[in-house]
Design a binder for this molecule. Sequence first.
Ligand SMILES: Cc1ncc(COP(=O)(O)O)c(C=O)c1O
Length: 403
Amino acid sequence: MLTPDGEPAITDWSLQPGVRHLNHGSFGAVPLVAQRAQAGFRQVMDENPCAWFTGLPERVASARSEIAGFLHTNPGVTALVPNASAGVSVVYANMPTSRGMEILVTDHTYGAVAVGAERLARRCGGVVRIVRIPLDADAAAATELVMSEVTDRTALIVIDQVTSATGREMPAGAISAAGRALGVPVLVDAAHAPGLFAEPLAGIDPDFWVGNLHKFACAPRGTAVLVASGSLAQRLNPLIDSWGAPYPFPERFDHQGTLDVTGYLAASASFETIEQRYGWDSARTYVKRLGDYAETIISAAMSEATGGDARVDVGMQVSALRLVRLPAPLATNLDDAADLRHCLSATAGVETGITTWRGQGFLRLSMHVYNTPEDYEDFAERVVPLIVELARGAQPGESPGRR
Ligand SMILES: Cc1ncc(COP(=O)(O)O)c(C=O)c1O
């Protein structure tokens, strides 16, 4: 994509030149305009901290309204939290519990979210039950698999809107509706959804919905939302007890001690710059086409080089997250996946997502408007042969990055 001045879109970011940035989905990338807006807020804060922190909750409330507007949701049900993990932790810390209760997660649930569920279950003498969902399951099959595990002890269903390791969508709307009909609370981990979907909450009415704004929406990091409506919303308190405690949800989240909340205030600069310079609809269309192209050429190159089939049949595919199967024995566990990612970064100058799921390693490509077809052509020509060479040289169980 090009800027309105005809420059490559990447000139709107400060991404390190000479590196291929093919992993937007992990930590995002903040446009220069929003970096400057945040730096401007920090400067004002440091010029007169007393003046800054007095009256800050009102400014946070106004940022909350802007952010809710971007998400097409109601600011009255939207709280700001530093990241998706914090939002999930708030839910775990405040939801009703009972001895022996069960929490349902899936085998696609983000690791840290599953760890928090385990800790909550341990506190109540309960258990976490893991629902196995095949990678190619469609919405109806995934809904059926999750709901068939609900028992009268189920106290919470945790479902991703978009999964991390497997980069697929889950039927969060159908599962929320089914949970509500049975009176079982549902927490939707929508870490990847803001910006990726024009109206990420459309058709979803969960008890709790958590989304990161630093990923596809490109806001400064440390900026996420916890949306909660329904009877449990007023139980939610921030992890940091502060002066907002007497206020209702979500206002009480506008006060969280002395925190640097400049990311909240600068988030709308990211949303606006992408709208003005590319248009969010055009950005989403571009990313979908680029994702199709990247997946096609890289999986074809990988299949040809390995003699196997590197294509992955993903149910409910997501435009900006794409999987390519890695040859064994690469990335068959989390440590090996991290090692391979470091190895590709150090030796090939390319930042990629390397994930592992059910013992299979995947290349997870994620893209934004600053990526180009050439990024993926280069990857197919230069990096795929390197990956295949690493796989051939590795002994089973050996991580190439450690050699
Ligand atoms: C599905 C999912 N949930 C939760 C998280 C946690 O996000 P954070 O580290 O910003 O708290 C991530 C991070 O990538 C994720 O992909």
